[in-house]
Design a protein. Sequence first.
Length: 106
Amino acid sequence: MSQKYVYKGHRAGLGTATVTVNGKSLPPRNDVMNHSPTGFEWGYGGSGPAQLALAILCHEYGDVDFALIYYQKFKFQVVALLTEDAWELTSAQVRAAVKQIQEQEM
């Protein structure tokens, strides 16, 4: 299976975190939930990582209601663990993490 999306994060310094999906800027989805008007972050469990988790799930699944159910757990189980200044997540990795979260709830 070819990867549908590739999410890439890059941080050049404090407050300069950028995230792309297939080479284009990932929309932050502040219209859904405005956790972090200053942008994305990762590597901890705060507001910037919450915004990133929400944005990734909204984009990946195209379903805001679905994203709202799972993004906080996705934040803690995936986004908070991204500790490097540059990282990459594929659609397959995102979906596998969400599937694991769903299975933990059973």
